[in-house]
Design a protein around this ligand. Structure first.
Ligand code: SF4
Length: 423
């Protein structure tokens, strides 16, 4: 059968869609090509905010219009949390939650067998006894692979639906994950991005540690680098930072969720650290890797974030030597504990203003980070994607180890190679 994928949200979703795609191809199905009609469409949704839900619905309508006769399966976090809402969308044939997601290849096999005249099959979470694909890897181009090393979360921050959508924290063994990493490298990948929901929790279900996983991956031979997609500050221990600093393959690139720079708001959110601990982590990284790229997730507008809390947050973040902020605006999510708290609600217009304030700070920090590196030598890994047009000339781009994006005129011979350049 010809399969069309539409994936939204985080790197983990992309890694899982790619793993599903690989499994479907292994079973004899094919990915739909431009201009062809698909037999089955799979929309892998995200539900991190209201905006994500809205984009999911738009994507479902769009793919239904594009492939009017295909069997349409919707899965992912939104499908897990609001299956009824999705089932009510005209044209959706099947809604599968997180536990059922990895049963899609078997479902597509069944659809193929039933294709001759049995009409549309509708199911909501019917597939059972399916196990996750841990360590599954995804290749978004010839260069970079997202390697899923962990799933789920036990933290239950008061604003977040992810533990309800993805379940408890779990992983496979270091050995199995390293075997997947080796496979990805043998297939030509030059950069691995370790992904998960709460990646620093790796090992909880196998009695191992995240550090042990990093050490085992770093022991692999070859010319490649590794990025850690995001790690909770309380789990990004000094030991891990020390290890990254002296490792062979790990890039000086950190992505750390702060969420608020006000201790009062961090308590409301039920985050497991104070801003002082966060600042210590950042200082420790800077002391060992002064050129590291440090990206920080920041949320604005949660319940109880008073004007004074926000001012405190802004002062903290302005003083923090980080490279970029990823700003999220809080939206009320059904089923979360924050809705039960009797706290002042930040009006929508004020949430927007606060988001703009942090976006401006982020821009200043990123510009300063780039400016500080101008004229220096760095190693860039060139990617396969060709941009531009024949008229203006094609370009290619790549990232330095510390995540500075560079571009140059397209040269096919440089794709998937490391090159020392002047920034
Ligand atoms: S750590 Fe908190 S914000 Fe992150 S997935 Fe878990 S509950 Fe959600």
């Amino acid at each position: 059968m010809k399969i069309a994928f539409l994936t939204l949200g985080c790197k983990l979703n992309f890694a899982e869609s790619s793993a599903l795609g690989k499994e479907l191809v292994a079973r004899g199905h094919t990915r739909v090509r431009p201009g062809e009609q698909a037999d089955v469409c799979i929309v892998n949704t995200c539900s991190v905010t209201d905006t994500a839900d809205h984009k999911d619905r738009q994507a479902i309508h769009r793919i239904r219009r594009q492939y009017p006769d295909a069997f349409l399966i919707v899965t992912g976090c939104y499908a897990q949390l609001r299956p009824g809402d999705i089932a009510a969308i005209d044209g959706v044939d099947c809604v599968l939650g997180m536990n059922e997601k990895f049963g899609i290849p078997a479902l597509v096999d069944r659809l193929e067998k039933r294709a001759a005249g049995e009409g549309t099959m509708t199911c909501v979470g019917r597939i059972r006894d399916i196990t996750d694909y841990y360590g599954s890897w995804s290749k978004d181009d010839r260069t970079r692979c997202f390697l899923k090393v962990q799933d789920g979360c036990d933290y239950f921050c008061t604003y977040c639906t992810i533990p309800y959508a993805r379940g408890r924290s779990r992983n496979t063994t270091v050995q199995a994950t390293v075997a997947e990493a080796r496979k990805a490298l043998e297939a030509g990948a030059k950069e691995l991005v370790l992904t998960g929901v709460n990646i620093g929790d790796f090992g909880k279900s196998t009695g191992e540690t995240f550090l042990a996983l990093l050490q085992a991956i770093d022991a692999l031979d070859g010319e490649f680098r590794v990025r850690i997609s995001s790690c909770e500050p309380n789990l990004l221990s000094d030991e891990i930072i020390d290890f990254v600093a002296r490792s062979r393959h790990f890039a000086p690139h950190f992505h750390i969720p702060l969420q608020s720079g006000s201790n009062e708001v961090l308590r409301i959110m039920k985050r497991r650290y104070t801003r002082e601990l966060f600042a210590e982590r950042v200082e420790h990284i800077r002391s060992l890797m002064p050129d590291a790229f440090i990206g920080v997730d920041c949320m604005v507008g949660v319940r109880g974030e008073t004007e004074a809390c926000f001012d405190d947050y802004v002062r903290f973040i302005e003083a923090l030597p980080v490279s970029q902020l990823h700003v999220f605006t809080y939206s009320e999510r059904a089923g979360t504990r924050m809705l039960e708290l009797d706290l002042p609600v930040v009006p929508q217009a004020e949430r927007k203003r606060r988001s703009e304030v942090l976006h401006r700070i982020s821009q200043q920090k990123t510009e300063a980070f780039y400016a500080a590196h101008k004229g220096r030598q760095a190693v860039v890994l060139w990617e396969a994607k060709r941009e531009g047009s024949a008229l203006d000339g094609y370009t290619m781009s790549g990232f330095t180890a510390n995540y500075i994006r560079l571009s140059r005129p397209y040269d096919k011979s440089l794709v998937n190679t490391f090159q020392t350049v002047t920034i």
